[in-house]
Design a protein around this ligand. Structure first.
Ligand SMILES: [Ca+2]
Length: 109
């Protein structure tokens, strides 16, 4: 009986840990720092559509190019084909020539 209760407590703590991990790591302001980021929201960069945790190949490229914690949507990132499907990141985000400037900076509008 005590072993079953202990197992339930461990599972609840693990679920709480996962929830806290996601909420701590999610950086939803970055959605506004890539073109049309609102279409796929956190799934633009993360495997978990809710954000946080492991990043997809585009998210890894974004992370590698962060400037002071902000996305550097520049010609280099736009020209990359992070997922190797034959379309550049810029094409996939409807900004192949990198014309769009960041809509939002962290804490600003
Ligand atoms: Ca691609």
């Amino acid at each position: 009986m005590a072993a079953g209760r202990s197992r339930v407590v461990k599972r609840l703590l693990f679920a709480l840990f996962l929830f806290l991990d996601v909420s701590v790591e999610a950086r939803s302001f970055r959605v506004g720092q890539i073109p049309n980021g609102n279409v796929n929201q956190c799934a633009n960069c993360h495997l978990n559509p809710g954000g946080g945790g492991l990043r997809n190949t585009f998210g890894q490229a974004v992370e590698a190019g962060l400037i002071s914690g902000d996305v550097d949507w520049g010609a280099t990132l736009a020209a990359l084909d992070s997922d190797g499907d034959g379309f550049t990141n810029g094409q996939e985000l409807q900004d192949p020539l990198r014309r769009r400037r960041r809509e939002k900076r962290r804490g600003g509008s």
